[in-house]
Design a protein. Structure first.
Length: 95
């Protein structure tokens, strides 16, 4: 296997791991707040005028295709906030 294929395979594996971690985290948040996927979909539709379904949400989680706005809305419905902290890597600042 050449180096490009090897790097591509590693990148795909990292994406797969990140997708699985996000799926577990979101499902854990849903359960912790006493929600079901169906109830979450209903509340998203009521508050944000979306057309989400239980199956649609499940598929987005499974595929790792949740957009940031989806996560913001899910967090809002469940009573969470998303906190992004920008940190610099030494030597990467362009001051």
């Amino acid at each position: 296997m050449d180096i490009n294929n090897e790097l591509e395979q590693k990148a795909k594996e990292l994406d797969k791991q990140a997708t699985e971690a996000l799926k577990r985290q979101v499902k854990s948040m849903i359960v912790a707040k006493g929600y079901t996927m169906e109830k979450l979909a209903e509340e998203l539709n009521a508050k944000y005028y979306t057309k989400e379904s239980k199956a649609n949400l499940s598929n987005k989680l499974k595929r790792g295709s949740l957009r940031f706005i989806d996560m913001q809305r899910i967090a809002d419905i469940l009573g969470y906030t998303i906190d992004i902290r920008w940190t610099s890597i030494e030597g990467m600042d362009k001051n």
